[in-house]
Design a binder for this molecule. Sequence first.
Ligand SMILES: Cc1cc2nc3c(=O)[nH]c(=O)nc-3n(C[C@H](O)[C@H](O)[C@H](O)COP(=O)(O)OP(=O)(O)OC[C@H]3O[C@@H](n4cnc5c(N)ncnc54)[C@H](O)[C@@H]3O)c2cc1C
Length: 497
Amino acid sequence: MTNGNWYDAVVVGAGFGGLASALELSRRGARVALCEALNYHGGCASTFRRQGYAFESGATLFSGLSEEQLFGQWIRQHHLDVTVDWLDPLVELRTPDLRLHVSRDRERFLAQLCALPDAPVRGLRDFFALQQQVANALWPLFDDPSLLPPLDVRALLRHAARSLSYAPLVRWMGRPLGAVLERFGLPRFSPLRTYLDALCQITVQCSAAEAEAPFALAAMDYYWRGTGHVRGGIGNLASALAGAISSLGGEVLLANRVKALSPVPGGWRVSARRGELLARHVVANVLPQGMMRLLDLPPERQPSHLRALAGRVSEGWGAVMLYLVVRAPEGASPSAHHLELVQDERSPFVEGNHLFASISGEADTGRAPEGHRTLTVSTHVPLSALASRPGEEQARLVSTIQDRMREGLERLAPEWMEEVRHAMTASPRTFERFTRREGGAVGGVPRRAGLHHYRTPSPRPVLDGLWLVGDSVFPGQSTLATALGGVRTAARIATVR
Ligand SMILES: Cc1cc2nc3c(=O)[nH]c(=O)nc-3n(C[C@H](O)[C@H](O)[C@H](O)COP(=O)(O)OP(=O)(O)OC[C@H]3O[C@@H](n4cnc5c(N)ncnc54)[C@H](O)[C@@H]3O)c2cc1C
């Protein structure tokens, strides 16, 4: 660490928002230090070790891994030692009455829906045609960050050339996905409703009926946009990115929690566990409430847009987790796989009713003993449900949810629960302790229908030289989106540096 020497930028936190910012700044020749409180990288998208086992901490299935997409490009350009396994099916949805395989081929998936009893085939085909148009309009913005604001002349010309492709989404801006389903006569076709409620809950973080239609229609392509499994765990990609930052001359400082940020002439003083750093810019990969804590400002001096963003984050979710080591059932596929389990499709897809269970593959060596696999299982809990309860009652609610999760696994994925060798749990409190996310808030701002989502797409500093990245800022809400936000912020800093 260079005490007293100035950095162009200090990045606080090595989640995917911070890793992406630090990598992009280093690629652009900036002198960068990346401080991470934990002794491993990745935050909510990391792989942690306990008692000889290795689990995904939160995120388990990643898009953007194709060669032409952001992660794929980084893997190729920086020769990252990362292997992607392309799974098929990507996910299996199970309810007491339904089994749906989400295959890599969208036509095959659609054919499966159309072949279900009483399927409204015409409506389904028309709905998926619109969905594809909207996804084709929006996903290129994810694949090429320069198409998002601030726009230069080249980007404006490219948008003008694609302007017709935006027409199908304009009609649905500010309206819920539920209205699109009505339009195509689909709201009562329960297999599609169940699939969409499950997908919306893990992507745009609310039910299909509430979700902002263009975001939800684009999120439906999530499984078909370079989506795969990072062999060995997502932590491998996170540490490979940290390695690339170091190769470009950046300093990656693990176990170096940042305690405070204070303005000094020409930049910022970053007070961290292992000493002080001075930087022209600080990029904080924290929640807005974390930024306010690091600034230690009295309420009347806190930037109002930061306070408003913190409010929207706290209207969202925490995660309740099970981490299991289980014996692989006889004849189990050797590849990693993902199960989405819904116990009752008429109840909200939260609090143990809906589970996302990710199972490691045989090739994920070192994560579980031979013949065994690790499972990372998550469900949503509304932060408001926790905040309104005293500590003891919160713990009781979390434990009830974890019981419900175990019941769901035993009922809908019994083959994986025959021999549980090891079990651990986590709650929003655990996320708060490890990732320092206030209240354990994860998943960003829910994208419920409204035009306000389109208001703040351009990265702007919170205060002069101080920037916020992570899943609470646009485009947020997945490992890829968070990384993309980090790249855009770094590009913006490069223009003002
Ligand atoms: C249960 C769960 C399942 C998910 N599933 C998926 C999925 O399958 N696919 C997907 O793409 N996304 C998924 N997500 C979302 C994805 O994980 C997040 O959107 C993304 O990882 C968030 O990254 P981030 O950079 O915003 O923050 P974080 O991952 O929270 O990273 C912030 C980092 O900053 C560090 N930090 C905080 N404060 C300080 C400080 N003061 N000093 C130093 N370091 C600090 C933390 O330790 C942490 O490492 C999931 C999330 C959860 C919780």
